[in-house]
Design a protein around this ligand. Structure first.
Ligand code: FAD
Length: 407
């Protein structure tokens, strides 16, 4: 049985950052980065953007060059799925029957793309966008694909729709709710993106329920709606969120429900085990202390630092400011803060100019901004979010006044 002082499960954004941070903070013990995927750690955001578009080779989306890990004395253990954890013995087991001992365990296993529950959900031609293998599988079919149906109008679905449209495919987006991005943004942003996609030729359909995937010759041939209508397509992309990868921790007794619960230092309820990133349900001060999982590179990286400091005996609670981005066509969306629980929104600038911001307020205080092609607002708005600034809607609306003047 091998043994490492720190074992990190999940070689994605959070896991890689944790290994990097351990060495930055002069940790000299042994580190193993155990991951299910065959590749060294790579960036996930380009999977629905430049990498899917074929604009960036895989080497350019590696989080660090391959040689880095060896140079820093980080043992990569790819192609291993952790299936159980024994917190008493401080060991974990992989699907291949390997046992690995740990001093500290850092769980950063992210999540799996949620699958449809309907008939035909697992047919060839039905894809999700979560890892490199998913994108390679899609790309292998693109030459024979004319029509694509994207199920789910969230960021990943919309980004994929934008890329595939640019590649000349005829794309339809199906969203069950009455607007896209409904779970993450207020209505003006949803309507703006719907209009943009339509202007680029995407058929955006709202309030539609998918009943099943149609099959022809052993492959997906379209999507059947609850209304009975059948939309033909050679490719179906499902972007309906993730299921956090935490079962081994929950089986071991960790507290959690739709993720694993962590405290302000990313500690799970199991001694010696931290969890970070997409799978970690934490209380976020930018959401008035509500427990939530955040799916962003920022959160994975910053929680990695929080957990590492705690492991090294230098605890500092997690208070990082949330931020996120999404690229669609030539639109760069940058968000700062969390809009959870907003009671008012203010539009700053005119969406028709394709450069504007949507400011979210709760009880008169700025809690978040969604900035579309508006880098200045994004940079300057951060301070307003961090201080919970009380600013009148009229002042926020006035684009002649930079946000930094209002801080
Ligand atoms: P991941 O990076 O997902 O890493 C988890 C790793 O653990 C994976 O490699 C997984 O295979 C592995 N794993 C899972 N279970 C096990 C197991 N049992 N044993 C071993 N290994 C396991 N965020 C942004 O901020 N901006 C964006 O524009 C953006 N775009 C995105 C686009 C796409 C297509 C996707 C999928 C995500 C995007 N995100 C974006 C979200 C961001 O990538 C995630 O929030 C981030 O990767 C989370 O890091 P993580 O370490 O928690 O999980």
């Amino acid at each position: 049985m091998s043994h490492f002082d720190v074992v990190i499960v999940g070689a994605g954004h959070g896991g890689a950052q944790a290994a990097i941070a351990l060495r930055q903070l002069k940790f000299e013990g042994s580190i193993a980065l155990v991951g299910r995927e065959p590749e060294p750690p790579y960036e996930r955001p380009p999977l629905s953007k430049e990498y899917l578009a074929g604009e960036k080779p895989f080497e350019r989306i590696l989080i660090r060059p391959q040689a880095f890990w060896q140079e820093r004395g980080v043992t990569l253990l790819p192609g291993r799925e952790v299936v159980s954890v024994d917190p008493r013995a401080c060991t974990l087991a992989t699907a291949d029957g390997e046992t690995i001992g740990y001093g500290h365990l850092l769980w950063s296993a992210g999540g799996d793309a949620r699958r449809l529950g309907c008939s035909g959900h697992d047919l060839p031609g039905v894809h999700t966008v979560r890892n490199r293998a998913d994108v390679l599988a899609m790309q292998a079919e693109l030459a024979d694909t004319r029509r694509v149906i994207v199920i789910g109008g969230g960021y990943i679905g919309l980004e994929a729709a934008a890329v595939l449209t640019k590649l000349g495919k005829q794309v339809t987006v199906l969203e069950a709710l009455d607007r896209v991005l409904a779970r993450v943004a207020a209505e003006p942003l949803s309507r703006f993106y719907e209009a943009e996609h339509r202007a680029h030729g995407v058929d955006v359909r709202l309030g539609v329920m998918v009943e099943g995937i149609e099959e022809a010759e052993g492959r997906a041939s379209g999507v059947r709606l609850a209304t009975g209508e059948i939309l033909p397509a050679e490719m179906v992309i499902v972007g309906i969120g993730i299921v956090p990868s935490v079962q081994p921790l929950l089986d071991a007794g960790a507290v959690g429900d739709g993720g694993v619960n962590v405290d302000g230092f990313c500690r799970t309820s199991l001694s010696g085990i931290h969890a970070i990133g997409d799978c970690a349900a934490h209380e976020n001060r930018f959401a008035a202390g509500a427990r939530m999982r955040l799916e962003s590179v920022q959160n994975a990286n910053d929680q990695a630092m929080t957990a590492v400091r705690d492991i090294l005996g230098q605890p500092q609670p997690y208070t990082a400011t949330p931020w996120f981005w999404s690229n669609q066509y030539d639109l760069k969306l940058q968000t700062v803060g969390l809009s959870v629980g907003y009671d008012e929104t203010v539009l700053r600038g005119d969406p028709a100019t394709r450069s504007f911001s949507l400011v979210y307020l709760r009880e008169g205080r700025v809690i978040a901004l969604d900035c579309v092609n508006a880098v200045k607002d994004y940079v300057q708005g951060r301070k307003l979010v961090e201080t919970g600034a009380r600013i009148s809607p009229d002042a926020l609306r006035d684009t002649s006044r930079p946000l930094k003047e209002l801080a």
